[in-house]
Design a protein. Structure first.
Length: 415
């Protein structure tokens, strides 16, 4: 595809949930002159089958409603060249490719694509070379792209290897300003949960009264994903999590999440905190909830009352929502349910009505301090605050794809 009026083209690898919604996001914001989507295989009987899939979605409705609400306005679709699978959606040309599965074979340079978003979830190890027969993120660079953004956290299979110097993990609004166009060529946009969690943690770590964190844990009550089985199935060879092979339709499933580990890459200061994380999958199609449990060394005011209270924490988030995190974090005192979050374009929505704190005192025995040369005769009472904070996020379009799109556009402007 030629670059319309010299405007940059965007490449998308994969047309699953995140790939399709990434296309929708950039059709909405119109920051690219055209988009090339590598589907990697045939779809249905003809091009009309693929167009039908793009125009309709069981979670978010039609593309027309997504773009124009209930105004009745329709997304105008024109097939410009059926042989080349070139389709125009409201004036933006989109070309679909269906032959290559391995990134190195896609030939992005022939399509004038410099920036690619890989949404397959199949290529997440930045240490794997471009010529790997099973494919690699580096294959996109070999195929002519200059930068590739992965829509999931890196997963380095060889534990003896570290993240290469040309690769980094970023969340828009947290550390995207660290992007170095001359250094970073492979960028992970982390995960939906890490995105929401990092936006919950940053205001706390930027506030002196809540920056001294003793320990933290989170559970995400997470919507189902396509990695789960619709009905009970036989686990694949080597599978360690047998529960993901149980039916997603009628089970609450406890599983793991790499959000805490990824958070350390996004906010390095978190490495000092003992952070635990888990995930509970539930049978809904999108919109998830982070329950953050966090313990602070709680300062006292001049009359001996704790500074970190429910009202204080809510004010931290409310100020962030109207200040540095405007448009990225929302603060709500409504009584929301998950359906209210579908399409909500914030990295996280703090459910302020459910914020809770409890402050107690931990007795430190003087005998424990003798090894440090401190000789006291009575216990030291240390104030400790435990808080529970709830944060909603639309794990598909609203939170994740929206932040992924902002990161992609930022990288494009820096290229």
């Amino acid at each position: 595809m030629e670059r319309p009026n010299g405007r940059n083209l965007l490449g998308i690898n994969g047309a699953g949930r995140i790939g399709k919604l990434t296309l929708w996001n950039h059709l909405l914001h119109r920051n690219f002159g055209g988009i090339v989507v590598n589907v990697g295989r045939g779809v249905g009987k003809n091009l009309d089958s693929l167009i039908h899939n793009i125009l309709n979605d069981s979670t978010y409705g039609s593309l027309s409603t997504f773009l124009y609400g209930r105004s009745g306005r329709k997304c105008v679709v024109k097939i410009l060249d059926s042989a080349q699978s070139l389709v125009e959606f409201d004036g933006i040309p989109v070309q679909f490719l269906n032959t290559a599965r391995n990134p190195k074979d896609i030939n992005w340079s022939a399509h004038n694509v410099r920036l690619v978003v890989d949404c397959t979830g199949a290529f997440l190890d930045p240490t794997i070379p471009a010529d790997n027969p099973k494919g690699s993120l580096r294959g996109h660079l070999e195929a002519g792209a200059e930068k590739v953004v992965a829509s999931a956290p890196f997963k380095i299979k060889d534990s003896t290897l570290k993240t290469p110097a040309d690769s980094t993990m970023m969340v828009f609004g947290i550390n995207h300003l660290d992007f170095d166009v001359n250094k970073h060529h492979i960028i992970s946009a982390a995960s939906c949960t890490t995105t929401g969690l990092s936006h919950m943690m940053k205001p706390l770590m930027d506030t002196p009264e809540t920056s001294t964190i003793l320990t933290a844990s989170m559970s995400t009550i997470h919507a189902s994903t396509s990695t789960q089985s619709i009905l009970d199935s036989v686990p694949s060879a080597g599978s360690s999590d047998l529960r993901k092979s149980r039916s997603v339709l009628n089970n609450i499933i406890i599983t793991s999440t790499g959000a805490a580990k990824a958070l350390e890459k996004i906010i390095p200061e978190v490495q000092k905190v003992g952070f635990m994380a888990d995930s509970v999958r539930i049978p809904i199609n999108t919109a998830s909830l982070i329950i953050l449990n966090i313990t602070f060394h709680s300062p006292l005011n001049e009359i001996g009352d704790p500074v970190v209270t429910r009202e204080f924490l809510n004010s931290v988030y409310e100020q962030a929502a109207h200040g540095p995190a405007s448009g990225l974090l929302e603060f709500s005192e409504e009584q929301n349910v998950s359906a209210d979050m579908i399409g909500r374009q914030a990295a996280v929505v703090i459910e302020g009505v459910e914020t809770h704190t409890r402050t107690g005192f931990m007795a430190l025995n003087p005998s424990l301090l003798k090894n440090f040369g401190v000789d006291l005769t009575q216990d030291i009472m240390i104030p400790v605050c435990h808080a529970k904070i709830f944060g909603w996020y639309d794990n598909e379009f609203g939170s994740y794809v929206n932040m992924l799109g902002k990161l992609t556009e930022y990288i494009d402007k820096k290229m």
